[in-house]
Design a protein around this ligand. Sequence first.
Ligand code: NAD
Ligand code: WQD
Length: 341
Amino acid sequence: MTKKILVTGGAGYIGSHTCLLLLEAGFEVVVVDNLCNSSLESLRRVEKLTNQFIRFYKVDLTDFDSLSKVFDDHTFHSVIHFAGLKAVGESAEIPLHYYEQNIGSTINLLKVMQANNCKRFVFSSSATVYGDPASVPITEDFPISATNPYGRTKLFIEEILRDQSKADKDWQIVLLRYFNPVGAHKSGMIGEDPQGIPNNLMPFISQVAVGKRDKLSVFGDDYDTPDGTGVRDYIHVLDLADAHVKSVQKIDQFRGVTTLNLGTGKGVSVLEMVKAFEKGSRKSVAYQIVDRRPGDIAECWADPAKALEVLGWNAKLGLEAMIEDTWRWQSNNPLGYEPSE
Ligand code: NAD
Ligand code: WQD
């Protein structure tokens, strides 16, 4: 029988790519999203690309009753929980909203799952839970901490899931700690569509390359790194999506909480990224060096060995593909999912 997966936040950046790969892998997909940071157009395009149907519910996960009704309509094999707010700076301005949305939503979801005896759960965690790591590469057993309210929501949710798993041994939980997701589907039809000024490096660079913004501000060139700029582990969104498919395929073999880093294991600096993007897009990317961004760390990259061992997953797509695919999406959709006609 076809397994049905509930994808919360499925209209978003990582969720939409994961829905596509889930459908291609033969799963049935139901999406719950309040569209606060996304557009239904992403899912329409996934349907076009796969020639398959996605059942969509416009539901806010903080609304317990509406969420319960979704479970009345379906029996899910497992839940992949992407829904959440993710802007680090904004989380420091409106922390209560972040706690209410991210933690409140997750508690509602877990309660509804428990009531429906659905106990397989894949959660979008983040490398942000490593805070300022003492060294790199980072393994899953590094101490966890948080430097901002967004990061604390991820950390608290991880703790809640560990507590729930101790209380009820039937839960099978996979915590996926993403490093820096970038890239887009090869078709150029779906990709990252940030609202307003992008917070993250890759969408900012691509908006400079396409002429939407004047220049990139490079946040500091005096870090203790080879060229002085910040080093991160950028990971292609399709590789990330693939790890979610493998997680739901293998989740029955797991007990308790399984925590996995999703990164490539390679660090790339801001200036290396700018140069590589210019090469890949054949556009120039103007930049200026400015002060460090408060809260940023020098280096962050993964040791991804455990994901290979446990999930049989490793990142297959390199920097060239990340840039080529970002650029195809950005140049084909300069306004994102806004109707271009
Ligand atoms: P996104 O904003 O594109 O997707 C999140 C989706 O959740 C959006 O479609 C939004 O409308 C929906 N949503 C938010 N709050 C909701 C609520 N209360 N009820 C229903 N829907 C809600 O973000 P993304 O980049 O695809 O990230 C997905 C997940 O991965 C998030 O949990 C994020 O914190 C986590 N993550 C992202 C990154 C990254 O850099 N993109 C890195 C690490 C972890
Ligand atoms: C990457 C590098 C910046 C923008 C954030 C969150 C993290 C996770 C992923 C969700 C850094 C530099 C950036 C710019 C720049 N999200 N930069 N100019 O900070 O590693 O991680 O997104 O979980 O929690 O903190 O990613 O893309 O913002 O920055 O110089 O305009 O690019 O200083 O070195 P970051 P990023």
